[in-house]
Write a protein of this length. Structure first.
Length: 89
């Protein structure tokens, strides 16, 4: 399980991205790179991290299932994920 501080930090980044979304889009359309440089770093959507819904792990994230590879494997082996069957692991 990921530390609570990391998860909260990602939530704070998401709020900052949402706050500056319109300004970033406007300045990018105008190609005002000096204005973009003055925005906070966390205002860039590239700094957001996908995290698994069950474990909070950020590495090995599978978008289709919304979890990390480890929790996906556990769920698939236990039959908790519908439509996923064990082939030849």
């Amino acid at each position: 399980m990921a530390k609570t501080a990391w998860i909260e930090r990602n939530k704070r980044k998401a709020a900052t991205v949402k706050k500056y979304r319109a300004i970033r889009a406007e300045w990018k359309a105008k190609r005002d790179y000096a204005g973009l440089a003055k925005l906070p770093r966390d205002a860039s959507p590239i700094r957001l991290v996908n995290r698994g819904s069950m474990s909070g792990r950020r590495r090995g994230y599978l978008r289709k299932f919304g979890c990390s590879r480890l929790t996906f494997r556990e769920g698939a082996l236990n039959g908790l994920i519908p439509g996923v069957t064990k082939a030849s692991w």
